[in-house]
Design a protein around this ligand. Sequence first.
Ligand code: SF4
Length: 187
Amino acid sequence: MDEYIAISLLNDFIFCPYSIYLHNVYMGGDEGIVHSTPQATGKSAHSAIDNNQYSTKKSELTSLSVYSDELGIAGKIDIYKADEKLLTERKYKLTTIYQGQIFQLWAQYFCMLEMGYQIEKLTMHSISTNQTFPIEIPSAIEKSQLINFINEFKNYNPEKPIKTNENKCKHCIYCNLCDKSEVENVY
Ligand code: SF4
């Protein structure tokens, strides 16, 4: 059976590829251990969506499972408004939009296209500030960038030495579990 990469891990992989290895090691245990910082806030912000509580409108799909055989990825979307052909990803707090977050939204977009949905607009929404940010529909070149990134993810070797970044490690949810870092988690 083919393996699908979880779309939710793409942003973590940009933050630090080794965190994906740790995620795989620890995700089978208590999720409270590994989601214990701002990510936990973001996760609970998603819970209304994940429990299908957000929308009762027939034209809105929430928490839909999506996948792409072409890209080898799978995950869930937040909100798709069929009447506006709009796909939105919500985050608890967005001050800067990082490339990993854009990759996540592109990944959801390509999954939905492959599944036959029509999308003309993409947005990211900051729940804490109630702001919405439009994101460009990815071009063919940007699709290639996403595919290259997914291949990099698939071929990652955790035994390869990594250069750690103290500031990132301090804010990493895996900090206290990580054998590559000596710093203490700030949370
Ligand atoms: S603690 Fe540092 S090296 Fe370890 S996974 Fe997190 S960011 Fe990567």
